[in-house]
Design a protein around this ligand. Sequence first.
Ligand SMILES: N[C@@H](CCC(=O)N[C@@H](CS)C(=O)NCC(=O)O)C(=O)O
Length: 211
Amino acid sequence: MTTIYYHPMSFPALAPIFGAEAMGIKYDKKVVDLMNGEQKSKDYLAINPYGKVPAMVDDEFNMSEGSAILRYLARRENSPLYAGDAKAQAKIDQWMDFIVQHIRVNVARVQFNRVLAPMVGRESDQSSVDLGLEFLAQNLPQVEAQLSETNFLCGDDMTLADIVLLASMEPSDMAGLDLSPYPTLQAWLTSIREEPFYTNVHSHFGAELGL
Ligand SMILES: N[C@@H](CCC(=O)N[C@@H](CS)C(=O)NCC(=O)O)C(=O)O
């Protein structure tokens, strides 16, 4: 049995959840209570010694890191989401890395300081918000340009790269990101959020917490 440990407000952890749904995998999902520090409990550290979500247990095999979990599941399932020769997979990897390193981290800067910090009684850092917005303004145009050329990041079929983009953009509304300069990305998000692999998880980001 495959179990994915996550939290509904963790967009890194939503990536393997969306991926498992999109691959039609039979799996269990378990919420790790990040608000109360369950990720540092002895039981959870035995699953993921790094004390973070996501993590995955596949029978006796444990692993962490959302992108690595996605690749493992796709290889195990021989999924079309990570298909093709070395070059095709390299392009999927390229976009996965780009999204995590240039998009997700900056969405996280804005989301953390505008939404999460006030929720957990921490001071917001406006300079971090500004930096996140500056880097998003540099990097989102590349996503917009690609999605204006092809239906998905790596062509006309959805791949793991799109799953990572979807998960990374989850907090865009909640964090008040202005996506109006990126109409193709906006339309893409609206459309992909209507897919069963998304609606099986939630209606929108934060729905599980009544947000
Ligand atoms: N590089 C990891 C990032 C995982 C991560 O940062 N998880 C956060 C939630 S978004 C976490 O578990 N934080 C809890 C903590 O650090 O105590 C991945 O992509 O899977």
